[in-house]
Design a protein around this ligand. Sequence first.
Ligand SMILES: O=P(O)(O)OC[C@H]1O[C@H](OP(=O)(O)OP(=O)(O)O)[C@H](O)[C@@H]1O
Ligand SMILES: Nc1ncnc2[nH]cnc12
Length: 224
Amino acid sequence: MFAAENGLKGDPRLQGISEAIRVVPHFPKPGIMFQDITTLLLDHKAFKDTVDIFVDRYRDMDISVVAGVEARGFMFGPAIALAIGAKFVPLRKPRKLPGEVISEAYELEYGTDCLEMHVGAVEPGERAIVIDDLVATGGTLSAAIRLLERSEAEVVECACVIGLREVKVMACLLHCISDSAGSMASHFTSSWSRARLRIAVEYSSLSNGYAQAQADLAAKKDDG
Ligand SMILES: O=P(O)(O)OC[C@H]1O[C@H](OP(=O)(O)OP(=O)(O)O)[C@H](O)[C@@H]1O
Ligand SMILES: Nc1ncnc2[nH]cnc12
């Protein structure tokens, strides 16, 4: 599921990628350690290494659809799609796509949202991957999977640059309530999620301030 378990352990590219991701504490609200991939995009080597890791993985897997999640999946998905000879399908936030769409709502670490996909963008039987910058609770990826599966595509794998540690916790927690959790959670409680979630960097912030930010937050709570 994580880098150490999906063949990337020891990959010399990972440290540079991890170091290029900035952590912004308390954005967009207190307690959120925001993983900012815009600094990764400024670093040509780290950006290319990130794309290459996924291209290496998917180039010979007969993938014809790379579905990217708005907004940050759009920054990695097209480069991967071009390199592996697949089409890019944008999964967009509500009311952005002009044609007929199907929609899926989901919950976020901070709020709720909805993803939409154009009807006809994907043909039944196509093999797809979903790309995003980060997985936290897995709600966004679950909505993306549901959109593709409603169009009868086969979702081979989801790929993210960053996996927050919470995703492991969520998988464990949701496993206990999977019968009542509904479809949003079900993909991330199943063996599917463990086998088919590829993450380059487990938690980018180990080297760039997460511990300090957590300590700041704890101190603030003690004061207040
Ligand atoms: O695993 P989850 O808990 O679902 O969270 C992950 C999602 O959250 C972020 O996007 P966000 O919804 O903040 O949208 P944005 O990229 O448009 O800012 C991130 O880019 C993922 O898409
Ligand atoms: N901590 C985080 N950083 C960046 N994007 C996110 N999306 C959900 N949680 C996030």
